[in-house]
Design a protein. Sequence first.
Length: 537
Amino acid sequence: MNIEALHLTNFKRFSDLTIDLSALGTAPKLILLIGANGSGKSSIFDAFEYLSGPVKGLLRDHYPDYFKKRPDADMSVDCTLGGGVTVKRTNNEQVTASKGWDGRSAFYGRSSFRTVPELSGQTDAPVDLTIDADRPQRFIEQDTRFTTDVAQITESILREVWGEPFDSDTMRARFTDPINEALERIFSASFATGLRLHTLIPALSGKPPDIRFQKGGSEVHYDLLSSGEKEVFNIVLNLFIRREHFPNAIYFIDELDVHLHTSLQYALAKEIVERWIPENSQLWTASHSLGFIDYAGGSDDAAILDFDDLDFDQPQTLQPDPKSEHIFDIAVPRNSALKVFPNKRRMICENRDARLYNAIDLPELLFIGVRDKNSVVIQLRGSDDYEGLIDRDFLGSEEIAEIRRRQSTLHVLRYYALENYLYHPDNISELDPEGYDDAAYRAALENQMATVRDRLLVNLRASRGSYEIIQEFSKELKGRAIQELEQATASSDFETFYTFLDMKKNRPTAYLRRFNLRPMDLASTSWMRDAIAAQVE
């Protein structure tokens, strides 16, 4: 089971979100969701549970408006799975699905709240594992499956003991060896940090189960393990018990890396994806960790979706990000970049532009995003470790020269914004999309400039008023800049007027829409590489 597309309407964080994986060809085993806290990653997992609810029963419908972003608008989750299977649910109604949909086993998920700090003697009523009856009600709630998993494996061991004929070697091979082999691969076989399941005695007479591990030369009770060790055992045991019931499913685990050191993050990702997720299944997980990003970035069987810095009040389409070493800029704070990337020029830029700049083939540069233009300027003050790159916006030529004279490490784009480079006719021509007409596109750009010019000039002084970098410039210098802008925007020369056309907001979308141009593809051209390299010389 794999997901090819997911469409959410008015669902939690999203007004209109499409995740499109159709261009990947072969379905990857791992889909890694990355992005800042609050960017909406866990809401994707709520969408999976929303589709499962009516079939598995109970839970979500106790919260009729919990999923709606706007209570007065319709809500829907529409999913396309491999093999052409489709499933949709709208406004808490029953699921409508095509042939091949099995809602009981299509999804299996875990929340990030799953670590059990200590063992308990409490025994829960038996649950039906085939319909995942002990799952949390929402992904902000505690996942208590560990207690059931411990009871399940100890019951299975007892049944084996009383079976005919009893063979202790066979029992170990079935129950403890797979877990210990996984622990060995994750923690390594070193004497100091290796971990091995040693004792597993069920809860008896109201006492907690007795679970002990061999760690180095010591025997350690479960309660005394670190949080990371408990987390790893929790995940491995859970998949050992449950995967037979979900052999063809979408597994989704929120923050699979929680409590783990970077080296363990990578090892756990590799172990779970390559050995514990069934062959016909797919794992979706959200992470901020370097280890997971490192694994996904280097695996041919993984894709990365970036939720960072997107306005989800507007329609958005997410497709997998291209992989490169620069994917680390998601997880590495700016102040850590000096140590992580000691041999690169570190270029501070505006917000989400970093991802696009890093997709350009400029291996000596690492771009690090901060909030806005003014933040770039502030971060450079008193620092010899970084350079900066800002959009031109409505800066005049003399103003740019003065900025460079005062601060040589601050670079300014020649055009209004990065989008002017991405959607420049010469850049699109290199990609050569079917049906593209360079002359028609240039005419559309000229018409766009003529359409927005009057409004631009009316708001020009107010727009420039937010540029802290020019506050100390003379009145005469600012006046000449405005005069330059007025003349340039009225020019019939393409390069002259295009310099100040706001291609973030005013590009001719009606003409461009037919070509389905992806910013990451536009950033990967040789024209783009040469143009940006010239800006940061």
